[in-house]
Write a protein that binds this ligand. Sequence first.
Ligand code: ZN
Length: 225
Amino acid sequence: MADYTFKLDELRNRHSKSEIVGSLKRYAEEHKVYTLSCREYDGWKHRLVSTWTIIRIFGSWGKALQAAGLRSQRTKKLQLRDMVDAFKACWKKLDAPPSRKQLEAYLEEHKYPFRWASYYSAYGGHLRLAQMIVDVQQGRIAESTLYRRVKHAPDRGPISPKLRAAVLKRDQCRCVKCGADPKRDKSVRLEVDHIIPASKKGQAAMENLQTLCFECNRGKSNDDD
Ligand SMILES: [Zn+2]
């Protein structure tokens, strides 16, 4: 009996969710976009199935996009609401404001269509959002403030020696990517790197800086190109 049910499902959904997700991701990669409409996908000559089928399988176009890690086509204001809700949920789960890594892992796990960088560009860092949430709770600012982007004057100057030393100390003088440690290997050269590059308005601030070894830092800038 189980076999027949399985066969019937197979007939109904000849393409699995993961195949469809893969196809949506391919579209996004090929076109270098973070979101796409039904019409755009239907007009693509490499499409896997019709968007009608995708909507039937996933429940909505937005859900399919979310499953593919793409942005659903919602307004910026709604996205900020989702970001605040996700941040609060993560905070609640950990019982403490999340670190950048914890927040990244949480967003990834729950397939949110935004990343830490989205918090950085909207609030100047997730810890600033944490402070704002506390301020709302204590009645110092209105709740609506959370759903507005913070205008922050970027400090794009060079990283001061003091700041550089503080970043190295926080990262325990090791490459945060590969763990290379100059205390163990004298050939290791550590650099302090902007996570969001200064050219993309990344600030020279603790939250946006990380310790990388020479190799990882070069690897990173190659990826960006
Ligand atoms: Zn490294």
